[in-house]
Write a protein that binds this ligand. Structure first.
Ligand SMILES: Cc1cc2nc3c(=O)[nH]c(=O)nc-3n(C[C@H](O)[C@H](O)[C@H](O)COP(=O)(O)OP(=O)(O)OC[C@H]3O[C@@H](n4cnc5c(N)ncnc54)[C@H](O)[C@@H]3O)c2cc1C
Length: 335
């Protein structure tokens, strides 16, 4: 049995830990923090939106991201909502909608009636939009905690508050330390976000409000909580949100629905997205033999299933290994 050490308990580390444990490996996850959370993955919106992301991303993001909804649904049944994405703009920004439509596919145009049918609370506020019916979303925090619980049940060992681990007990190291990984090519892209709470607004799906300078998205969470995101700033500074960003995000949320003006600000947060120069993720083998999974940029939940499968493929390629594939997963299901 292969003994694998996964460094980092973000979405990259936990997804690859799952793929390896499901293939019969003995997996240990070492995390420098004291618990699951607080990292870039914890701060994410949780959108699984390959076709919307194509607006600013390479086609590779679409092809790698397509499997993600099925992967999350298979691994953690019931935690993914497939209700699509609604993209809208105010009349004065209609050109932004045309530009977005031209750069993406798998959408249908929606008018004010269709927008009201999809999201009754937005009735009368927007005349045109785009609906991406095939997209999905999840709550990153629920998912990370549920995945860690599942991994423990599959026999994965977690070590918290550890930086260096004695490697003599392991055959393979997989480094998933995100922006902390000193990789010459890696840069940080700071993302600031808010969580608002108001009972005056209900949304079923992520809504993206286009704007020439301050596009935002609002992702609904449980009990009338809303994640509002996110800035994209070329910096690996993870200090608190700036007042400018806070004002811009709040203004944009208010422009989406005035009831957000009365919402409680439950949380502000800052995550640093790890990115390679082309903004595409990589599974790499280092000179010391360790495998790295990194550069997930703004697509950690969307692309980590594909990256985890690639990394597992590097380790498990014999037929004997494939026979034991998913045995641990099956045991978890029948438990
Ligand atoms: C505001 C915001 C919104 C986003 N929205 C989305 C979205 O809607 N959809 C989507 O798919 N993606 C989204 N993303 C992107 C996504 O969050 C990132 O791509 C993803 O979190 C990167 O995951 P990771 O596991 O590589 O890094 P991280 O989540 O940062 O995890 C790395 C882990 O390694 C640990 N670590 C560091 N050094 C060590 C060490 N020496 N030993 C052990 N552990 C160590 C860290 O403590 C951390 O827990 C968003 C990001 C941000 C910031």
């Amino acid at each position: 049995m292969r003994r694998v050490l996964v460094k980092g308990a973000g979405v990259a580390g936990l997804t690859v830990a799952h793929e390896l444990a499901a293939r019969g490996a003995s997996v240990t996850v070492a995390e420098i923090r004291s618990q699951i959370g607080g990292n870039a993955s914890w701060l994410a919106g949780g959108m699984l939106a390959p076709w919307c992301e194509r607006e600013s991303a390479e086609e590779t993001v679409v092809s790698l991201g397509r499997i993600s909804t099925d992967w999350w649904e298979r691994v953690l049944p019931g935690l993914v909502t497939t209700a699509g994405t609604l993209v809208i703009a105010h009349v004065r920004d209609a050109f932004e909608l045309a530009r977005f439509a031209a750069r993406t596919r798998n959408h249908e145009s929606v008018d004010d009636e269709a927008i009201a049918a999809l999201e009754p609370d937005l009735a009368g506020r927007f005349r045109k939009g785009l609906f991406f019916a095939g997209e999905a979303h999840l709550d990153p925090r629920r998912v990370l905690e549920a995945l860690a619980d599942k991994l423990r049940a599959m026999g994965v060992v977690f070590l918290f508050e550890v930086d260096e681990v004695d490697l003599s007990g392991f055959d393979q190291v997989i480094d998933c330390t995100g922006i902390a990984r000193a990789d010459d090519d890696l840069r940080g892209v700071r993302g600031e976000m808010l969580i608002l709470h108001t009972r005056e607004v209900s949304l079923t799906r992520p809504v993206r409000l286009l704007h020439p300078r301050h596009p935002i998205y609002v992702v609904p969470r449980a009990d009338h909580h809303f994640m509002v995101g996110a800035t994209m700033i070329e910096s690996d500074h993870d200090g608190p949100i700036t007042s400018r960003s806070l004002m811009e995000l709040l203004n944009a949320a208010y422009a989406l629905h005035p009831a957000f003006g009365e919402a409680e600000i439950v949380e502000t947060g800052v995550g640093v997205r790890p990115a390679y120069p082309d903004n595409l993720p990589r599974v790499k083998r280092r000179k010391d033999g360790a495998i790295t999974i990194n550069g997930l940029y703004r697509h950690g939940f969307l692309l980590s299933p594909a990256m985890a499968e690639q990394a597992a493929g590097l380790l498990f390629n014999s037929s004997a290994d494939l026979e034991s594939e998913n045995e641990a997963d099956r045991q978890w299901r029948s438990a």
